[in-house]
Write a protein that binds this ligand. Structure first.
Ligand SMILES: NC(=O)c1ccc[n+]([C@@H]2O[C@H](COP(=O)([O-])OP(=O)(O)OC[C@H]3O[C@@H](n4cnc5c(N)ncnc54)[C@H](OP(=O)(O)O)[C@@H]3O)[C@@H](O)[C@H]2O)c1
Length: 267
């Protein structure tokens, strides 16, 4: 679809990857609802950057773990935009809300992960589609490797939540195929200017060095703009036959084989 004049909601677009997605859509003339949870100033800054690119938008607050907030969020979209062409489910709680290994995690932490990803996407998609014309776009931002691996122990709840999110996109892709609405997952690799960039400097540097050493074939971590570009591609008319897919936007990191040391594989 030509993107000029379309209406998008990007959850968690006050900062990080969500902001990168909002800005890339705005550069194509999409009106973007900037959603935040607590950081109103950050949301205003995203909107200011949209406007600096000649775009238009709105700001919406909601806790996506709360069903009533999700309904309120889409009520506001209906009032301000009248319809929705692109729904990007990107928001994710702060690490403190869910980051705990499997033997210690509490039910509240588990629920925070599941509710913010699986429940928010289930309900968000059900409600969003009532505002969407045929041939609209729905995109979930996941971290798909965490749904099939088990090594990153404190990520257990989010890994399970992302696995459920990935599964939901496939089921919704089938349910909405008749309307030409595509439903896909974008799975970023480690991305700068996001939660990863806010880790202690030495941790962030170690992550960067790991990827630059070759575990990401493109030898760099991603940027929010990389993810925004991928979302923009999926929103274009030329992507209208791509649905139910997971697209890894990670510079090739997901095709690396962790069984053998890099030096042996590349020797
Ligand atoms: N960062 C990475 O390297 C990476 C890699 C793979 C996948 N991802 C995925 O990409 C997405 C964005 O990650 P990020 O690192 O860019 O995030 P981030 O910078 O930590 O930003 C999180 C966003 O979610 C919002 N949020 C937090 N709790 C919320 C809640 N309860 N309800 C509604 N919104 C809430 C925040 O709003 P406030 O600003 O108001 O707090 C903020 O806009 C996530 O789904 C993540 O799993 C990230």
């Amino acid at each position: 679809m030509p993107l000029q004049g379309k209406y998008a909601l990007v959850t968690g677009s006050s900062r990080g990857i969500g902001r990168g997605i909002a800005l890339k859509l705005a550069e194509r003339g999409v009106n973007v609802a900037v959603h935040y949870y607590t950081q109103a100033e950050a949301a205003k800054e995203t909107l200011a950057q949209i406007q600096a690119r000649g775009g238009k938008g709105a700001i919406i607050q909601a806790d996506v773990t709360r069903p009533e907030d999700i309904h309120r969020m889409f009520d506001q979209i209906k009032r301000e935009f009248g319809r929705l062409d692109i729904f990007v489910s990107n928001a994710r709680p702060e690490l403190a809300a869910f980051y705990r290994p499997p033997m210690d995690i509490t039910l509240d932490q588990w629920n925070s992960a599941i509710d913010s990803q699986a429940q928010a996407f289930l309900l968000g998609t059900q409600v969003a589609t009532s505002l969407m014309p045929d041939n609209s776009r729905i995109i979930a931002i996941s971290y798909s490797p965490s749904g099939r691996t088990g090594s990153w122990q404190p990520w257990v709840a989010m890994g399970a939540a992302k696995a459920a999110l990935d599964a939901l996109t496939r089921y919704f892709a089938v349910a909405l195929g008749r309307r030409g609405i595509t439903v896909n997952v974008i799975s970023p690799g480690a991305t700068d200017d996001s939660v990863v960039g806010r880790l202690p400097t030495e941790v962030f540097q170690a992550i960067k060095a790991w990827h630059e050493s070759g575990w990401t074939p493109m030898r760099r971590v991603g940027t929010p703009a990389d993810i925004g570009n991928a979302v923009t591609l999926l929103c274009m008319d030329e992507a209208s036959f791509i649905t139910g897919q997971t697209i890894h936007v990670d510079g090739g990191a997901s095709v690396m084989d962790p069984v053998f040391p890099l030096a042996i594989q590349q020797g």
